[in-house]
Design a binder for this molecule. Structure first.
Ligand code: ZN
Length: 316
């Protein structure tokens, strides 16, 4: 969250509801643990399946029940780069990333490579910042530009998941509680049907030991993260954030935004009582609609609002 954005004050908050959601979540967190405990003990009178798998440090297998949504055959590197720039701006405007966080796209001409900005705040990224990286997450032609320290997240996920076209890494604040409490992130709203029944959590200590720096700063750590992601669309990173993948830049952006929205609504719902999530059939059917026809509609309004807010921010 930059000083400029905070300085926009009320004007900024009128144009995005991300701030409202953050405030609401913060107001709820004081009772989060108690409500989560109530959810664990009272839901249907038994220990839920997700609670068993979500206990910290315990690994569990996750199989995505949502069929992938494919791009059309007319995808080009130029289009992916243009979408990347827009996606950076939207993710900032929606409160998913701030000065940190990044989004990439797999190269069309060389699918083992990917496109990613040089080290720059997502809200400030332009076409000229986008660089090509190889399968080991090294820049093909760095020309002295600084690189994101966690670019290995992207390269190792692309290596492990041939179906993935775009990766978002963020420190989305609404998601963090589900990585540190043992309360599983589950799909509770129709716009988050891409989430698995239990969202996996990457525990960096399992790969790097107790003496680690939390960040994914090597191929070894990126590979460990990709393993925990498995076939899922999202992996949480304990005390850090998440990585979200999709079959296009637009779908990855959509999923990153609604992962945070789902987390915030689930946290608020836990304050009221037991929480029921979507079943696998509900998730798959509604997601197929949202990530095709519905996606373009929200992309247009997100893009328009990001353009307006960023123009105001740069002019201030
Ligand atoms: Zn990070």
């Amino acid at each position: 969250m930059g000083e400029n954005r905070a300085g926009r004050g009320a004007a900024w908050e009128r144009t995005t509801d991300a701030g409202r959601r953050r405030f609401c979540l913060a107001s709820c967190l004081s009772g989060f643990a108690a409500a989560a405990a109530a959810d664990v003990t009272s839901f249907l009178g038994v220990m839920p399946r997700w609670a068993e798998g979500a206990s910290m440090g315990k690994s569990f297998a996750v199989t995505s029940l949502v069929p992938p949504v494919q791009n059309g055959g007319d995808d080009t590197d130029e289009q992916r780069i243009a979408d990347l720039v827009t996606g950076n701006h939207i993710l900032f405007d929606q409160g998913v990333v701030d000065g940190f966080g990044h989004i990439s796209a797999r190269c069309v001409k060389n699918p083992t490579h990917f496109w990613l900005s040089q080290s720059r705040a997502p809200g400030m990224v332009s076409k000229d910042d986008i660089m090509e990286f190889n399968e080991d997450s090294e820049a093909v032609d760095a020309r002295g530009r600084s690189l994101y320290g966690e670019r290995f997240i992207h390269g190792e996920i692309y290596r492990a998941r041939p179906d993935v076209i775009s990766v978002v890494h963020s420190h989305a604040p609404g998601v963090i509680p589900f990585g540190v409490t043992g309360v599983a992130l589950r799909p509770v709203i129709h716009t988050a049907g891409f989430l698995p029944p239990v969202t996996p959590i990457f525990e960096i200590r399992k790969v790097a030991g107790e003496d680690n720096g939390i960040l994914i700063a090597s191929n070894k750590l990126g590979s460990g993260l990709a393993k925990v992601l498995g076939k899922s669309s999202v992996v949480l990173m304990r005390g850090h954030g998440d990585a979200v993948v999709g079959p296009s830049v637009k779908v990855a952006v959509y999923r990153a935004i609604y992962t945070q929205v789902n987390a915030q609504i689930q946290a608020e719902s836990l304050m009221l009582g037991q929480v029921m999530s979507l079943n696998s059939m509900e998730s798959a059917k509604v997601n197929a609609i949202n990530e095709t026809g519905g996606l373009e509609r929200v992309w247009q309004i997100w893009n328009a609002r990001a353009n307006a807010n960023l123009a105001a921010l740069k002019g201030s």
